[in-house]
Design a protein around this ligand. Structure first.
Ligand code: AMP
Length: 227
């Protein structure tokens, strides 16, 4: 396992369906630092039926963003945990200028260097297919894509024969809402980070392992030169 040379924040940025979660996971394994997904934390709260989950559920299912206050609160709590001391990866946070300002303050208070921002770029027609084609097995958790990686039998898991399910926010109306929220509220962060820090762009329209190889190489190189 490689080591981060600085306790740095890595931000994985990009539209829904770009593969941020997959790439963040690969980098987390390669460098031994936590992968923090606000979407995953919110889904867990919804599953457990906590007050936070109840507050977020409706907006998530319709594809809208959850309030900055809620999301910044859970992010701050997570980043204060000891496993973040040696660096961490953010996936799906920040998503608005308000959240980005909040994070800048937090990183300053924690005495961390400038974040490394990696933008995973994917054309919108590919995103639509990735999101609308995504199916999950409710038993084993395997993820398929009806266009790019279909099961042998339509809508049925190859491993255990269970009927595949579609995430509530992968239904068509919610997908459009999520992509709109990205365009209006999140895309402006590209300029926000270009002005303040270095922003690296990676072509995300390739096999996940190929993208991961580039991302890991980039992170290694940047951390070595900024040490
Ligand atoms: P994700 O798994 O990152 O696509 O997130 C799933 C959903 O969780 C989003 O569509 C939002 O409703 C909510 N969510 C996750 N992260 C954020 C965030 N940083 N700001 C606002 N809402 C968020």
């Amino acid at each position: 396992m490689r080591r981060l040379l600085k306790a740095q924040a890595l931000i994985f940025f990009g539209p829904p369906g770009a593969g941020k979660g997959t790439q963040a996971q690969a980098v987390s394994v390669a460098f031994g630092i936590p992968h923090i997904s606000t979407g995953e934390m919110l889904r867990e709260a919804v599953r457990l039926g906590t007050p936070l989950g109840l507050a977020a559920k409706e907006r998530m299912e319709s594809g809208e963003l959850v309030s900055d206050e809620i999301v910044s609160g859970i992010a701050a709590e997570r980043l204060a945990r000891p496993d973040c001391q040696t660096g961490f990866i953010l996936d799906g946070f920040p998503r608005t200028i308000g959240q980005a300002d909040f994070l800048e303050r937090l990183l300053r208070e924690q005495g961390r260097g400038a974040p490394l921002v990696i933008y995973i770029h994917v054309e919108s027609w590919v995103l639509l297919k990735r999101l609308s084609g995504r199916r999950t097995c409710p038993i084993c958790g395997r993820i398929y894509n009806m266009y790019f990686d279909p099961p042998k039998v339509d809508e049925v898991c190859d491993i255990d024969g269970a009927a595949l399910v579609t995430r509530a926010d992968d239904k068509e109306v919610a997908i459009r809402q999520r992509l709109d929220a990205y365009e209006v509220l999140t895309r402006p962060l590209l300029d926000y980070y270009r002005v303040r820090h270095q922003l690296w762009e990676v072509d995300g329209d390739r096999a996940p392992a190929e993208v991961a190889r580039d991302v890991i190489e980039l992170v290694s190189r940047e951390l070595a030169t900024s040490a």
